[in-house]
Design a protein around this ligand. Structure first.
Ligand code: PLP
Length: 394
């Protein structure tokens, strides 16, 4: 007998993937330049030249050592390089024994959830949220508890989070810079969250872990992203190089268990991360890319290209009368749908060859997400279609 949950997840791809697949078909039918695909978060900025050069140099090394297994938690030089970079950038003491290399942030989050929860526990997510959280938390046997972010600025609603915490709450996932809204939570907002979590832990007698999902950490326009482990000790940072170095298909990232945690607890959490990696089959992340990361750990991201796209898109849509949230980070624009039903609005947009994701996929109603990690030409050329879409509602 097949597993019905797996069947359901396999047979119903996410709304984002469905839209992307529709776009591929449509491009074949009418030509790629006529379809404005804003569905996926697949970076259009090429990986930096230094990453390509590093890979070429690595390929000259002896294949036996290059492609062999690394330890399950990752190559020691890579873990050291990642820890050094965290220490230098955030002025903390990060140990390589706190770093577990993974196949991207997806694996980092699945591992972290499995490491700090038990079946029947509750995981808090802040809506709107990355849809796959639901799949990963459910797979860990947990119940997802959605808490809406504040309606005016989409910041964390710490009062609502406090109300949602129960003795079964084992973790909260926080994603900043945020997909889909582009919010960067302020230090003050995170300090308030930390206070709530600390207070609730005292009341319930159970630890609550903060899973900090940070694949967009480097992609910010107006401010820096506060370093979460310095604000809340029980943090597991889930990072990947998918967006920062434009390597989404190579599947490389890490879990970092904060060294700010009590030492004894930290060592247990880290071993639980190793155990979860083992149980889920996420051992020995791709060896070639681990070695490349060891050398490229401080390579800057291509933020300038996204900043240019952000300007083109926001200025264009603003002139047409669209309402949106000014993104502070990541590469998504959160736009108010022109009718209450965001799914119907997204369907209507398809008539103008605009592929935009309805907010229902992210746990809220009435908005759409426009992914602007596309070529600037796609944005410029899409403006007549956005204009026609607006006219269809006037
Ligand atoms: N978390 C968020 C918020 C994301 O947007 C994504 C990918 O788009 C992921 C996690 C997964 O990242 P990765 O491709 O590194 O697994």
């Amino acid at each position: 007998m097949i597993n019905e949950s797996m069947y359901a997840w396999g047979s119903e791809p996410s709304a984002i993937r469905q839209l992307f697949a529709y776009g591929l078909e449509r491009k074949k039918a009418i030509g790629a330049d006529k379809v404005f695909d804003f569905s996926l978060g697949n970076p259009n900025v090429p990986t930096p030249q230094v990453v390509t050069d590093t890979l070429k140099a690595l390929l000259e090394r002896s294949p036996e050592t290059l492609h062999g297994y690394t330890p399950a938690q990752g190559d020691s030089a890579t873990r050291q390089a990642v820890a050094n970079e965290i220490s230098k950038r955030f002025e903390v003491k990060a140990s390589p024994d706190s770093v577990y290399m993974t196949v991207g942030a997806a694996a980092s989050i699945s591992i972290s959830l499995a490491a700090v929860s038990h079946p029947g526990d509750e995981i808090i997510v802040n809506a709107p949220y990355f849809p796959e959280y639901r799949v990963w938390a459910t797979q860990a046997g947990c119940k997802v508890v959605e808490v809406a972010t504040k309606s005016d600025d989409f910041s964390l609603d710490t009062k609502a989070i406090a109300d949602a915490i129960t003795p079964k709450t084992s973790a909260i996932i926080v994603n900043s810079p945020n997909n889909p809204v582009g919010t960067v939570y302020s230090k003050q907002n995170l300090i308030e969250l930390a206070r709530v979590l600390e207070q609730k832990q005292k009341e319930t007698g159970h630890p609550i872990y903060l899973i900090s999902d940070e694949p967009y950490r480097e992609i910010v326009y107006t401010e820096t992203v506060p370093y979460v482990p310095s604000i809340y000790a029980r943090t597991l940072v889930c990072y990947s190089y998918s967006k920062s170095l434009s390597l989404p298909g190579e599947r490389i990232g890490y879990v970092y268990v904060s060294d700010e945690m009590d030492k004894e607890e930290h060592d247990k959490v880290f071993l639980a991360v190793c155990g979860a990696g083992r149980a889920l089959g996420y051992v020995c992340a791709p060896a070639l890319f681990q070695k490349a990361i060891a050398e490229c750990v401080n390579v800057p991201s291509g933020v300038a290209a996204y900043a240019k796209n952000r300007k083109l898109l926001t200025e264009g849509l603003s002139a047409l009368g669209y309402e949106y949230i000014e993104p502070k980070g990541a590469f998504y624009l959160w736009v108010k749908a022109l009718e209450d039903d965001a799914k119907a609005f997204s369907e209507k947009a398809k008539q103008f060859e605009l592929l935009i994701v309805p907010s229902d996929s992210f746990g809220v109603k009435g908005w759409v997400r426009i992914s602007y990690c596309v070529s600037p030409e796609t944005i410029v050329n899409s403006m007549p279609a956005f204009e026609a879409l607006m006219k269809a509602y006037r």
